[in-house]
Design a protein around this ligand. Sequence first.
Ligand code: BGC
Length: 774
Amino acid sequence: MKKQTLSIIPILLIAVFLYSFKKFIIDEKHANPINELDARIERKVDSVLALMDVNEKVGQLVQYSGKWNATGPSSSKGDQYKLDKLKKGEVGSMLNITSVATIRETQKIVMDHSRLKIPLVFAYDVIHGYKTIFPIPLGESASWDLDLIKKTASIAAKETAASGINWTFAPMIDVSRDARWGRIMEGAGEDPYLNSVIGVARIQGFQGDDLAQLNTIAACAKHFAGYGFAEAGRDYNTVNIGEYELHNTILPPFKAAAKAGVATFMNSFNEIDGIPSTGNKMLQRDVLKGDWGWNGLVVSDWGSIGEMEAHGYAIDKKHASEIALNAGSDMDMESYAYEAHLETLLTENKITMAQLDDAVKRVLRLKFELGLFDDPYKYCDEEREKNDVYTKEHLAIARDGAKKSIVLLKNETELLPLSKNIKSIAVIGPLADNKDAPLGNWRAKGTYNSAVSLLEGVKSTVGKNTKIYYEKGADLTIPTVKPGDNQFSHPLKFNDRDTSGISAAVEAAKKAEVVLLAIGEDAYQTGEGRSQTNIGFLGVQQQLLEAIYKVNKNIVIVLMNGRPMDISWASNHVPSILECWFLGSESGNAMADVLFGDYNPSGKLPVSFPHNVGQEPLYYNQKNTGRPYNLKHVTYSGYIDTPKTALYPFGFGLSYTTFEYKNLKLDKNDMPKNGNIKVSVEVSNIGTRDGEEVIQLYIRDLVGSLTRPVKELKGFKKTMIKAGETKTIHFIINAEMLQFYTVNKKWEVEPGDFNLWVGGDSNATLKASFMVTE
Ligand code: BGC
């Protein structure tokens, strides 16, 4: 007996130890991996920090680009300079190095030569896929399908990690309401709530449950903050918004990202009310790292520390470094400012060792979380690089994602879906057989000309008796570089003159039952630095459209673009319009799925489409103003030459079936501030095809301590409803949905009256009211 007890005690002790250790690990993980610090990692971070001298600390805050002119003005330093710094262990991260072989080689320089062998973390802009390209973010947001969005991000992460890279500069969660701004293509559009939930889905997809897994990478919430509000839609331009607008409209997606445990943030190029974000202490230290208690790493945008000089906010780069570090910018991307000045600033007491240590700890924490200290080469595996990218499985998901991102804007005569046995079809337009444009901008390692074109998709879908007439009609742009060399930074030259191909296109249109006209934008027409004041069909596309319309009215416009466009003429004349964005690798197949009815379109616009550019910025969740109505007077808040509403509103998208909304019910009509109300609505598919619908819930707070938007999206559900079926959809209204950043500078629910709408777009009319009491 005694013997037995003796042998059991150590086992029990071990078991108790293991249990509590495991519980400790699990609890630590289940709390937020970023916001709740992991004590084991913190101990390691501290132990490394204790070994570092000032140069090594500053070095961890330095990020270099691996190639020139990648996404910003070219670096002032050469390769030899960077090599020497790497050897000394005075670089924390590299961006734009993109193969296992080069990453291994670069990491090895640090491992072989530096004193402390602190591994580099490798970053890259993986915005909508690495090698397998998914729809551009704005397009994919039109799916309103969070599972899908998470899935495509997780595949992007898998391919990126398999290629040796550990950190993507995505998602962009800038609320963007101006079609002129080229970067509108990178986000989830005009609504704070939609940007929040889509941003979180992307973060979860990239980061998974555990950053140390081989198939996950660190995400980056960018650009903090206000970049999407650049005046006049001109990139990098000044932002003038008030404190309340900042908190109520711009910050919510970032707060959601921080809460979801995003590993990093990137600050933004713009100023807000006189303060460049890189130097904005209120944003970075007080809100992000203070109020939100977020412990991740803030990287500057490309050169944005140095750019505070041009802003007229810093005398020189030394002054800029002082401002940026004090404001909470941890890592210097390509400004070469921190490396030159932080040590001196420390000796001059312009920055403190505690600030420096805090920034360095944020870098080290990320590296520990990624598992780079355990094995600096852990993401360097040539086999995975070869086998885990661009797989059949990934392409199948790209096709699924692409078809779900398509929005049917118009289908007046029910021209769509087309029969696969249609006698003849003309496929026309500069984008019709374009295998490159669908990859869009920010295509990471997407291979030039690798997308399935519309023409290819049509050919592989129609029956063998269908006659296909293809004509380009016109070029959209005139090449400025060799085919395939086109990229991010090249200037675009539009074909404004050459109409020689239009007559052949007209002849093709004459012969065909239906014309599929693929027009829109060049792949590089949206993205960074691609602001425009004309958002119509550039080049000779409008001429092509009108020439074809003269001979054949059965036109389906297959629109490819990265921003809301002015398609008013087309919308007034052409029976069918399909918004196809830039859909990625499987573009043509996905378009054919929708055109020929294998998939019933379910996408809904994440941005309003204007009647013309003069309405921009245009968004549904605007304020009412004191003169909202047109009481047959001139003096109301509108235009004399154009409607004030959108041509196609936020949330809008048709289906090949029809949904009817009725019986909107609330379980009660008042609730205390911390209570809730159950909402139900019946949605019937009254057509003959099964289809998915995005059921959207909007509210309006009628009177507030600050004026409130006329409508705000607060929830949505995407669900399949079979032909003839009625589904009851439920929502719960709670305090979180009703609160806003009030005049008291706090997130509060204010008692009073609210309206609520449920419907298939932001013009929903099925309405109820309720009251919130103290
Ligand atoms: C962009 C960022 C991007 C960075 C690195 C900058 O020009 O604004 O969004 O992540 O370059 O490529």
